[in-house]
Design a protein around this ligand. Structure first.
Ligand code: PLP
Length: 393
């Protein structure tokens, strides 16, 4: 018997463990320090009331023989796929319901989708980015190339001549940088993918944070994308479903490689290895897409973005370079005074009792940068911003 030795090539995912360890050690040595955590990428606001009502009603249905639901369709109930289809329609994207696959979140689908592709494919991943893209490919033994996000390109790397790849990851709005691709920039990626016969894996987990009608919510707003892209989205950040779990993946009809419709492969994969998202959660997700649901969820998104703007305002006053915060819950700031990511982490913890995430944890290009999030409480965010001004002013 042989193990999958690719797992031995994974780099230790020590980022959040190391943060927890350093914060615990600091708290032990300084028990009176009032530490504010702006490091987490998890939501804190409760589910929208309409979502809770829908969950309660669905749970009641499950408790009655006449309305009980057993196994549902693996690709999701029609009522939710239609709701997602109509939601895409609201920003001008026409989808068929059978191009939409409901899941328990974007992370699982981002990992599982790789089963559709040969392990010989080459992969292009932005740096810095959400670490799941790299690790899931390393697990399969696929070679990963990086494209550099820098201050100069606003952390939105573009196709480069001479770079060849079969699978291209794009994340917009980006975690951790909060940077958003414009329509023109995404068109460049679509053109490149079509030329190279590549497939773009587009992560739109933060699309609902986009507040400018000129910026694309979906890669399918770009002509040609239906022939070269798969899109992943999630209700985690959009509607506070990080603990409730629901996402969706769009595989368009026209996406074919080697004469095969990838949608068929994905359906086959899901029907074989996945038994669907729970009925109660899908009813809750459906409520997100009602007019009242969208309104209530957008209020939470606005709250997080206002928090991010409070931090952004202070960084602006301090003349510190940053991206994000406008169409994203994340602020990606350059560490001041030439500090490294972890050095700044320790400095901020010690001097301001504020916790953030060292950029180095998101890739080599993240060294010298730092992520703060708007997912915290308003008063605590204001206090953290005051402290930042104090210690960096
Ligand atoms: N994609 C990005 C860019 C994320 O930041 C996250 C979560 O932090 C996910 C996907 C995973 O989302 P889900 O909770 O739906 O698995």
């Amino acid at each position: 018997m042989k193990i999958n030795a690719n797992y031995l090539s994974l780099s230790e995912s020590y980022l959040f463990t190391e943060i927890a360890h350093r914060v615990a050690a600091y708290s032990k040595a300084n028990p009176d320090a009032d530490i504010i955590k702006l490091g987490i990428g998890d939501v804190t606001r409760p589910l929208a009331p309409v979502v809770v009502e829908a969950m309660k009603a669905a749970a009641a249905e499950m408790g009655q023989a006449q309305t009980f639901h057993g196994y549902g369709p693996e690709q999701g109930y029609g009522f939710l796929r239609d709701a997602v289809r109509d939601y895409y329609g609201s920003f001008g994207v026409t989808l068929q319901s059978d191009e939409i696959f409901i899941s328990d979140g974007a992370k699982s689908d981002l990992g599982n989708i790789l089963e559709l592709f040969s392990k010989d494919n080459t992969v292009l991943v932005p740096d810095p980015v959400y670490p799941v893209y790299v690790d899931t490919n390393v697990m399969d033994g696929r070679p990963v190339q990086f494209m550099k996000g820098t201050e100069e390109n606003g952390f939105c790397p573009l196709p480069k001549e001479g770079v060849k790849a079969d699978l291209i990851y794009l994340c917009s709005p980006n975690n951790p940088t909060g940077a958003v691709y414009t329509r023109e920039q995404l068109q460049q990626w679509v053109n490149y993918a079509l030329e190279q016969d590549a497939v773009i894996l587009f992560d739109a987990a933060y699309e609902s944070f986009i507040g400018d009608a000129s910026l694309p919510h979906s890669i399918f707003e770009i002509p040609g994308a239906r022939r070269c892209a798969i899109e992943f989205c999630s209700l985690s950040k959009t509607a506070g479903f990080t603990g409730t779990r629901c996402g969706y993946t769009v595989v368009p009809q026209e996406l074919e490689r080697e004469g095969v419709q990838l949608k068929k492969f994905w359906l086959r994969r899901q029907t074989t290895k996945f038994n669907g998202t729970s009925y109660v959660v899908q009813r809750a997700a459906q409520a997100v897409f009602t007019p009242e649901g969208l309104k209530q969820c957008r209020e939470n998104v606005r709250y997080y973005k206002e928090n991010a703007q409070i931090i952004a305002g202070v960084l602006g006053q301090l003349h510190i370079f940053f991206t994000g915060g406008e169409h994203s819950p994340y602020i990606w700031m350059k560490c001041p005074r030439g500090m490294g990511s972890w050095e700044f982490f320790d400095f901020l913890l010690d001097k301001a009792h504020v916790v953030g995430t060292p950029g180095a944890g998101f890739g080599g290009q993240g060294e010298g940068f730092f992520r703060l999030t708007g997912f915290g409480d308003r008063e605590k965010t204001k206090e953290a911003a005051r402290r930042l001004l104090d210690v960096l002013g």
